[in-house]
Design a protein around this ligand. Structure first.
Ligand SMILES: [Zn+2]
Length: 418
């Protein structure tokens, strides 16, 4: 039996909206045994002094695309990089996320064959080090949709048609998608992710497009739920989000163009939303320098929708929705810089405790891990992070990790601000 004790300067435990001074966390092997101002001191207990830091549960990022190394190279992903290279990228993303204090990341799919499930298993088995992964390897989508990485190769039909066939969950028709869900569950997917609408990032579609038919959407949800798997959808507009809510979807990613009525409907049905504020911050806060890094088409779309993005963001923040914390970094920052979203929430006036709760206890619930992680309580896994900056006032605080532990093992912490 191995015992460790963490001496905390301040503790945010994921349960109460406050920072508690001078708390101790007693850990036995991989599990939290006791929390309080004075915990037991078993023989041989290793004491780790974090009295100069603010201690939190290990953070969780619910919207990561892990399978690429550098956002500036994403254009090459469709044809240039091998699957092996992309699996290595997912492993590196998980390693770096962990070093930044994020002990769990949810991979919400990527283009082509994806091997993030293997990365997850290698981490679980202890062969490599990284954040715990919850994985939907392939998003379900239709040809030409936001999920089709060959969209921009449409001018070369022979090549794009060939590459389309390499992607296991892209197709059409209710039967195709029933099989796709069954296949994803068979290979070990933790949940199902669908690309139900166009996007800002892809060149030839609109965030207002609906890219799957009602029949296809129903087939996906019925099959997933029959197999006790949840479904989350990349979706923006009220028209689509209210339809998905009606059909029984579990979660929505983005929801960036929804109205009040749709939010009320989601609240009523307990649909969670991972709003991914960070990628739209440049247009909401009009950061021209960052905007200039995006393609002209991407910029045009963002400027066109700015007023609606601002309005919907306000409605989401003022709602009683279950909001999850997710970065969705594919442009502008690296995919492992999971603390970026905290900056977006705080700079948009969200109560820091709501942001902290979203990145810990709420995300654990969204990922189905609420019995294991997300809070500092006896019986939970010893997933712990500690921070040197003031979490309540400094919007960069979650980019500056000073200590990280996953399942009782300490890992090197790394500041993303260096
Ligand atoms: Zn995404």
């Amino acid at each position: 039996m191995k015992y460790q004790k963490l001496l905390c300067g301040q503790l945010y435990d994921g349960v109460e909206d406050r920072l508690q001074p001078h708390q101790e966390i007693l850990i036995q092997d991989d599990t939290i045994l006791e929390v309080g101002p004075h915990t037991a001191s078993p023989q041989g207990c290793r004491v780790i002094d974090l009295s100069h830091l603010t201690v939190t549960p290990g953070m969780i990022d619910a919207h990561v695309h892990a399978s690429f190394f550098d956002w500036r190279e994403i254009g090459k992903d469709a044809v240039y990089y091998s699957d092996g290279m992309r699996a290595l990228a997912a492993a590196e993303c998980a390693r770096r996320a962990l070093s930044g204090g994020f002990t769990t990341i949810r991979h919400v799919g990527w283009f082509r064959q994806d091997y993030s499930l293997d990365v997850k298993r290698a981490i679980q088995a202890g062969y490599i080090q990284g954040a715990r992964m919850v994985v939907a390897p392939h998003f379900l989508c239709a040809p030409g949709s936001h999920g089709d990485s060959t969209q921009s190769l449409g001018v070369n039909p022979a090549l794009s048609n060939f590459l389309e066939k390499q992607y296991p969950t892209m197709g059409s028709g209710a039967d195709f998608f029933r099989n796709a869900v069954r296949h994803e569950v068979k290979i070990g997917a933790d949940f199902i992710k669908i690309m139900a609408t166009g996007g800002f990032f892809t060149p030839n579609d609109s965030p207002e497009d609906i890219q799957l038919s009602d029949e296809e959407l129903r087939a996906i949800m019925e099959t997933a739920h029959a197999l006790h798997t949840t479904v989350t959808a990349h979706a923006y507009t009220s028209q689509l989000v209210s339809k998905l809510t009606e059909m029984g979807i579990d979660g929505i990613e983005h929801a960036s163009l929804v109205d009040r009525e749709t939010i009320l409907a989601m609240e009523k049905r307990d649909v969670y939303v991972v709003p991914t504020f960070c990628p739209y911050d440049e247009i909401v806060l009009l950061d021209e320098e960052k905007l200039a890094q995006k393609s002209p088409e991407f910029q045009r779309k963002l400027r066109y929708y700015r007023d609606r993005l601002v309005e919907s963001r306000r409605l989401l923040i003022d709602s009683n929705l279950r909001l999850g914390y997710g970065t969705d970094l594919v442009v502008g920052y690296q995919n492992y810089e999971c603390g970026r979203e905290y900056s977006a929430w705080l700079r948009n006036g969200v109560d820091p405790y709501r942001a902290l709760k979203a990145a810990t206890a709420e995300n654990a619930r969204i990922l189905g891990l609420e019995d294991q992680t997300g809070t500092i309580e006896p019986g939970k896994l010893a997933d712990v992070a500690a921070w040197s900056r003031d979490l309540l006032t400094d919007h960069t605080a979650l980019l500056d990790c000073a200590f990280v532990m996953k399942e009782g093992a300490e890992y090197p912490a790394h500041s993303m601000l260096d």
